[in-house]
Design a binder for this molecule. Structure first.
Ligand code: TRP
Length: 478
């Protein structure tokens, strides 16, 4: 049993020996599986342990309250329900937002197949929601999916890029604020310079310790982290953030991602600090369980493990009814008496992800746990919600053409809105310190900064006067 569940949990990589041998929980970019108990059954992923092991911070009530205060937005249901549960330096992003300073969103997807499932849409749904406020860069790591698979060809992964881009666009991103790129197409120029900067600061020993590589790992895998990492730096995108690296290197990314991606960015944050580039902030999501239950992750290559965004209403119904792991009791009598376990019930877990109404969700929980609601009834509610979610997606997906993809993937400037409550601030030139190597500004640099500030102030003053002049009529201004 443990092995079958494991196969579902993994997207493509074989089960690493240490997991098979120790049965320990493993969460890294290439493997996600819960601990295998003595009975051979996989347990749910212990996210609390991950926060401690990775050294991230829990998203708590105080942070959510601050979020709402600063942005004026009610936190997304993923935040309210602890699905987006952990972060690194998210509060610094809120500080910047409050001060009107720029930052950008960065997320990505490895195009491993044409079939996107509901689990894949979770970080994108969340990112789309955040985008109402921020600029966005989306990376398609076709190179990664080639390097990390025995079978796939370059042509194959490149082929998935366009259909995956369409799926991502169908989530509802704003073309004026979104740049999507494929690594195979975009590596070069400013981006490649940053990739090499990052790679120079990572030793083979570190890559092994962070990602678990060994002597047989191909060297492309070992290097790949510098590509995923360098996307966190705004100076990799001169068409969006300008060619003055002193300015762009001071603009941080906020990276919404599933928690398994954290190792890439832990590494990137370390190197950012050494280069005096802005460190990326992170906000981490949990995984959507596979239909088979806790501890597993939906897999694009195993049809029975997931609800796919291409599935028909009937397929959704059949999959939930047939495969969705139930927390209900064996007989109706026992269920009525003892109630179901919502913490392991897949249908209930899916409702936590997709049902917007908090009060309704709470009602369902209480009724299922008290035995009033039966498994079949709970499944029916879940089926309905998923059918709605998938149908709405399919409607938007049908509108996305090849031209739409070209539009999103064109190198161009994006519209930056920022915080409407705060005046727009020119990025601070923190990265100027790179030359000194120790992070402190030299006297000369401080002088320069001071001078620059004065010039900016004068400029602003002039612009104000000019505006006033124009308002008074152009003839009068001349
Ligand atoms: N490595 C991710 C994957 O396999 C893709 C990815 C690249 C990503 N950059 C990212 C995911 C940033 C989240 C955030 O799918």
């Amino acid at each position: 049993m443990a092995t079958t569940v494991n196969a579902v949990a993994l997207d493509e990589s074989p089960i690493p020996e240490h997991v098979a041998a120790t049965g320990k929980q493993t969460v890294d970019p290439y493997n996600v599986s819960g601990e295998v108990g003595e009975d051979g059954v996989m347990k749910a992923i212990d996210y609390s342990k991950l926060v401690d092991e990775f050294g991230t911070k829990r998203i708590d009530k105080a942070l959510l309250e601050r979020f709402e205060k600063v942005t004026g937005k009610k936190p997304h249901r993923f935040l309210r329900r602890g699905i987006v549960f952990s972060h690194r330096d998210f509060e610094l992003i809120l500080d910047r937002y409050e001060r009107g300073e720029p930052f950008f969103l960065y997320t990505g997807r490895g195009p491993s197949s044409d079939s996107v499932h509901v689990g894949h849409t979770i970080p994108f749904e969340f990112t789309k929601w955040l985008q109402d406020t921020f600029d966005l860069v989306i990376m398609l790591t076709d190179d990664e999916k080639y390097l990390f698979s025995e079978k796939r060809t370059v042509e194959e992964v490149q082929g998935y890029c366009s259909s995956n881009a369409k799926d991502i666009i169908a989530i509802g991103f704003d073309p004026a604020k979104t740049f999507i790129f494929s690594d195979f197409d975009y590596v070069g120029g400013a981006f490649y310079r940053n990739i090499v900067r990052l790679s120079k600061h990572i030793t083979l020993n570190q890559a092994r310790a962070i990602f678990g590589f060994n002597d047989s790992s191909n060297i492309g895998k070992i290097h790949f982290g510098s590509i995923q990492g360098a996307t966190s730096w705004a100076s990799s995108f001169p068409h969006i953030f300008g060619t003055d690296e002193k300015k762009s290197n001071a603009i941080p990314a906020l990276i919404p991602c599933a928690i398994d991606q954290d190792p890439y960015f832990r590494m990137t944050r370390d190197v950012s600090a050494r280069l005096h580039f802005a460190k990326p902030s992170l906000i981490h999501a949990k995984f959507l369980d596979a239909l088979q239950g806790p501890g597993t992750k939906m897999s694009a290559s195993i049809d029975e493990s997931a609800i796919f965004m291409k599935d028909t209403p009937n397929q959704i119904k059949n999959k939930i009814n047939k495969y969705a792991f139930s927390g209900g009791k064996v007989s109706v009598e026992e269920h009525r008496e003892k109630g179901g376990d919502t913490t392991v019930d897949v249908s209930f877990q899916y409702l936590r992800f997709f049902l917007e109404d908090d009060a309704e969700l709470e009602r369902i929980r209480l009724e299922y746990e008290s035995g009033k609601l039966l498994t079949g009834e709970l499944k029916a509610i879940c089926i309905q919600e998923l059918q709605k979610y998938v149908a709405a997606f399919q409607e938007r997906r049908a509108q996305v053409s090849d031209e739409t993809v070209d539009l999103f993937m064109e190198r161009r400037a994006l519209r930056w809105v920022g915080n409407p409550q705060a005046p727009r601030v020119v990025p601070v030139v923190e990265a100027a310190a790179e030359a000194t190597g120790d992070g402190k500004l030299t006297k000369n640099q401080l002088k320069k900064l001071e001078k620059q500030k004065q010039i900016e102030a004068k400029k602003a003053q002039k612009a104000k006067e000019k505006e006033g002049g124009q308002a008074a009529g152009e003839a009068a201004a001349e």
